[in-house]
Write a protein that binds this ligand. Structure first.
Ligand code: NI
Length: 298
């Protein structure tokens, strides 16, 4: 608990000497003002199941951390989930994080475990400190439908091990490579499977204005938007579209927050495309509707 709160207080946890510069003190003060940062620490504790009276108290209400994290979100106003696959890649991912921070926006990063090296660990910590969510996008970016149950479980657990070593807790959500699922994937991945509503096809165009136009044309309240944080063109598009979305009144939250705010309890082995208020969308048990998504490179 103490470690988790210290982590929140010091942002990236880069200092432990107890002697801070004025700038660092100001930064710490700002951070303590933000409920979201505290809630990340609580979320950390709950997810990590540290056996203590405090944790037991917090864990008695599983929605407590989510309530804190979403305290600054107006549930009656439009909200969307920006999602980024295939990273991290230092230059583009850090640029995206910078834009998100500037506009008080959060996103979900579906990380490929095998891509996390060296400096990337700092990026993962930065994601957490900014209130972003880290999802599982397999370890080696393999098409899960080509594997048996053991192979699928290994791809997911290896990435969870990487993330847990850095953040203290495993991922809660999975985005299958290419959006490809079959019955074995559905029964073997012990997490909700998060697909998407708006496919920017950023991997194909590698063009910021095209990515921006796709989002402008298809964004709607409750949408999950698919991008990849490994391209400079995507980082450029994010720098353009995030202020625009904020100006239009969209609150940018994580996938888990979006589901929570829309009253949806995410279930393992189920697919989710969006959390719009349209009843015909959202969760699906079948695999037919992923046909078009499998053409994506995600
Ligand atoms: Ni991918």
């Amino acid at each position: 608990m103490v470690l988790a709160l210290c982590f929140a207080l010091t942002g990236c946890g880069h200092k432990s000497s107890g002697i801070y510069t004025e700038e660092e003190m100001n930064e710490m003060h700002d951070i303590t003002q933000e409920v979201v940062h505290w809630s990340v620490a609580y979320d950390n504790v709950i997810s990590h199941s540290i056996p203590s009276t405090t944790t037991a108290c917090l864990s008695s209400d599983p929605n407590f951390a989510m309530e804190l994290k979403t305290a600054n979100i107006d549930p009656d106003k439009p909200m969307i989930a920006l999602t980024f696959d295939d990273g991290p890649k230092y230059s583009s991912t850090s640029s995206i994080l910078k834009t998100l921070k500037k506009y008080n926006a959060r996103a979900t990063f579906f990380v490929v475990g095998g891509n996390v090296n060296g400096d990337d660990e700092d990026l993962i910590r930065q994601m957490v400190s900014q209130g972003c969510e880290i999802g599982n996008h397999t370890y080696s970016h393999v098409d899960l439908t080509t594997l048996d149950a053991d192979g699928i479980k290994e791809e997911i657990s290896k990435t969870d091990d990487v993330i847990e070593k850095i953040t203290g807790f495993p991922t809660k959500l999975c985005r299958p490579t290419g959006g490809a699922v079959n019955d074995t994937v559905l029964s073997s991945v012990d997490k909700p499977l998060i697909l998407w509503y708006v496919d920017t096809r950023d991997w194909e165009s590698r063009d910021a204005s095209s990515i921006v136009a796709k989002i402008e044309n298809y964004v709607t309240d409750g949408a999950i938007i698919l991008m990849h944080d490994i391209y400079d063109s995507t980082a450029e598009a994010v720098a353009q579209i995030v202020p625009e979305l904020a100006e239009d009144g969209y609150q940018m939250v994580t996938v888990s927050e979006l589901a929570y705010l829309r009253g949806v309890t995410l279930e393992n082995g189920k697919q989710y495309y969006d959390f719009t208020k349209n009843d015909s969308s959202s969760a699906s048990d079948d695999t037919d509707s992923t046909e078009t998504e499998t053409q994506s490179s995600t």
